[in-house]
Design a protein around this ligand. Structure first.
Ligand SMILES: *Cc1c(COP(=O)(O)O)cnc(C)c1O
Length: 467
């Protein structure tokens, strides 16, 4: 490059790095990605700028930088608008947590009494931060927490049936999305699965025939994401409890979602609750923290004192335990289960699941002209009735009457709709809807009033708003 090279009139990496609008990008993507991006943008500018036209402005280059970072920058999980209609969406982070949970996390950021007993000044147990709450809410004698419900099931099986047999009904040998297959977990836990009954019908005599000296425990599994209709029989938990007790082995019930409130009182179908399962005779009940409970990812194990003590003594517990932030978040969520009204008012997952269709439809009617104006003449935006799903296997056959917006290309082209969906995903706050019959469907059940402007901004054609 000679002194008269016009490309020297382009800004330096440092100048762009110091620019005021680079600040938010540095916060989002970090210095390494931003510097890399500036180099790449300047390289591209050098390749096309020959000095004949005006020098690209810093603002234009920073616009390119923003685009480069959106496409190539590396950052952690991002906030998205879940307009899929599935409330507890495993790929989108499952249960939404209350925003004030951040206050509950603060005391656990630095040094904290995680495993320290402040009374005696000696070592404590991390479970004690939530065990009392879990016992009060479920009637259990004892409780412990691990990484997720899959870990809870693995730990329970490994504790009570390593090298032994576990009878499970063929109707309950489920695969839950994301490669949780009960037979595989059982194998990894070192247990031998004994299949009993048939897919649609299992009787007490089937279990009785499978019990023997090698039986380590009996396990019942909530079929979760599918339902058997028609000619169907399963053995109730009280009968199974009696059978297990007569053979001197524990009975565990994997509930999956395990709501801590009676969903029937919220107008949804009833799901078995952990307390019911224990009262009916289960020794151990396992369920997820981030499904209907509305908390962070974790797996909860509640049961008899003897069973929980045995689980805590398993060395695998150490490998599956949760950290201080999860315990702080979980305790904060559990504290909100004082009364049904409090839980419903304070837990977003319950708020969203019980949002009335009329309220969602009114929101769609309010947004329809705004989105229509933002998208312009190429698009047709219509209010439509939809069905939301709870998701994550809870109440699989229950659809929640909902409403939203259907966006179609005025030309009728399906390709254009796919491009719009892609643009929504590429936005600063990505919008995730679903495509059905050449329409982008946005279920508004999970859209709060405060986020409505983000929906408009994210779908607006590129160039009609600032990055
Ligand atoms: C969801 C589910 C699991 C897995 O729980 P994770 O918290 O996702 O690990 C296991 N069993 C049942 C019945 C479930 O519904």
């Amino acid at each position: 490059m000679t002194a008269r090279d016009p490309r020297q009139r382009l800004p330096s990496v440092d100048r762009l790095l110091q620019h005021a609008s680079t600040g938010p990008m540095l916060r989002n993507w970090g210095r390494r990605s931003v510097t890399h991006g500036i180099r790449s943008v300047l390289e591209r500018a050098r390749a096309v700028f020959d000095g004949s036209g005006p020098v690209p402005t810093d603002e234009a280059l920073l616009g390119d930088l923003h685009q480069w970072l959106q496409a190539h920058g590396r950052r952690g999980p991002r906030r998205v608008l879940n307009l899929t209609g599935t409330v507890i969406h495993t790929n989108l982070g499952r249960a939404p947590l209350p925003t004030d949970i951040l206050e509950a996390l603060a005391p656990a950021l630095g040094a904290t009494d995680l495993e320290f007993d402040l009374d005696s000044g000696s070592r404590g147990d991390r479970d004690h931060h939530v065990e009392g709450l879990l016992c009060e809410l479920t009637g259990a004698e004892a409780a412990t927490v691990v990484n997720n419900n899959a870990a809870a099931v693995l730990l329970v099986l490994n504790t009570f049936a390593r090298g032994k047999e576990v009878p499970v009904s063929r109707g309950e040998l489920v695969e839950i999305g994301g490669a949780f297959r009960l037979p595989d977990i059982m194998e990894r836990a070192g247990t031998r699965l004994v299949e009993v009954g048939t897919t649609n019908r299992t009787h007490p005599r089937d279990y009785a025939g499978a019990m023997g000296p090698d039986t380590g425990m009996v396990m019942k599994v909530h079929p979760s994401n599918y339902a058997i209709a028609g000619f169907h029989a399963e053995v109730d938990i009280a009968t199974l409890a009696e059978l297990a007790r007569s053979h001197g082995v524990p009975l565990a019930w994997d509930l999956g979602s395990g709501s801590l409130v009676d969903l029937a009182r919220l107008g949804l179908s009833r799901e078995p609750m952990p307390g019911d399962a224990l009262r009916a005779g289960a020794d151990i009940v396992t369920f997820s923290g981030d499904k209907l409970l509305g908390g962070p990812q974790c797996g909860l194990i509640v049961g008899t004192r003897a069973a929980i003590d045995a689980i805590r003594a398993n060395p695998l517990k150490r490998a599956l335990r949760v950290d201080k932030l999860i315990l702080a978040a979980l305790a904060s969520i559990l504290r909100r289960y004082g009364a049904l009204d409090q839980a419903r008012a304070e837990l977003p997952v319950l708020q969203l699941l019980t949002r009335p269709q009329e309220a969602i439809r009114a929101q769609a009617q309010h947004l329809q002209p705004l989105l229509s104006a933002a998208l312009g003449h190429d698009w047709q935006v219509q209010v439509c009735d939809l069905h939301s799903q709870i998701g994550s296997g809870a109440l699989p056959v229950d659809a929640l009457p909902s409403a939203g917006l259907a966006i179609r290309a005025a030309s009728g082209a399906g390709k254009a709709v796919e491009a719009l969906a892609r643009q929504g995903r590429a936005a600063e706050v990505p919008v995730i809807g679903r495509i059905q019959q050449n329409a982008l469907l946005l279920d508004l059940r999970c859209l709060t009033a405060g986020d409505e402007h983000l929906l408009i901004e994210s779908l607006q054609p590129a160039g009609s708003h600032a990055p």
